[in-house]
Design a protein around this ligand. Structure first.
Ligand SMILES: C[S@@+](CC[C@H](N)C(=O)[O-])C[C@H]1O[C@@H](n2cnc3c(N)ncnc32)[C@H](O)[C@@H]1O
Length: 216
């Protein structure tokens, strides 16, 4: 018996979604709600160097841009980065820089960050332990990691044919962050995505995990 073919949501998939991304009010509201939670959980300031990993069209970084120092917007999708670059130019933003980057396939940048945040991207990265270790190494001592992603779900969010993590168990992710060298892990629910199905609706909560790289 052959097992069903799983589909990866690769950069071509996100390229094809980029132009319409900001037309989805759920994505826009999700970015605003996660930004609000980061603002409350992290003492953000204008001297912070920040990495937004899997930035998409920048829906998380744009609401925070006036409260931060430099923001590197990293994504593996050229389509998403093209939209980000246009938004930066249209709004004459001086502290945001887009960069094509897949930390699973390429060497990390030499720069170090005070804050790394990533929204709805971790479930697309196959090796969670590896990306957590890379995030840890990219942070300055005392720096903060913020991960917003789905709580553990049954695979119905993307559909059973899609090859992604089916959300994350909070205790398991906290343990893995500890293995990568982080401490002081905290979780909160920051958003809820409701999807409609023939039999009714279904809720998919989104958590924000904050974790700190230990001081040197
Ligand atoms: C669900 S979207 C979220 C976009 C944005 N953070 C938001 O909240 O609207 C996931 C993003 O992660 C990017 N992505 C997926 N795998 C990646 C990887 N290995 N490295 C960098 N970006 C990746 C995709 O191109 C896409 O822009």
């Amino acid at each position: 018996m052959t097992s069903p073919q799983l589909t990866k949501l690769d950069s071509a998939h996100f390229d094809s979604k980029a132009r319409e991304w900001d037309e989805n009010p759920v994505f826009v509201e999700r970015g605003l709600k996660i930004a609000e939670a980061i603002r409350k959980a992290v003492p953000v300031h204008r001297h912070m160097n920040v990495l937004d990993y899997g930035c998409g069209t920048g829906l998380l970084s744009f609401p925070l841009k006036d409260e931060l120092g430099t923001i590197l917007l990293a994504d593996s999708s050229d389509g998403m980065l093209a939209v980000v670059a246009e938004k930066i130019a249209a709004q004459r933003v001086s502290n945001m820089t887009p960069m094509k980057l897949d930390l699973m396939a390429e060497a990390p940048p030499a720069q170090r960050f005070d804050l790394i945040y990533t929204s709805m991207t971790l479930h697309h990265v196959p090796d969670t332990d590896a990306i957590l270790r890379i995030f840890h190494d990219l942070l300055n001592p005392g720096g903060t990691l913020c991960i917003a992603d789905l709580d553990k779900e049954d695979g119905s969010f993307h559909g059973p044919e899609v090859d992604v993590h089916h959300g994350f168990d909070r205790a398991d992710l906290s343990r893995r962050a500890g293995w990568a060298g982080f401490n002081d892990m905290h979780f909160q629910t920051v958003f809820n995505i409701t999807k409609e199905y023939p039999g009714g609706t279904r809720d998919y909560p989104v958590f924000l995990m904050t974790a700190r790289r230990v001081e040197a």
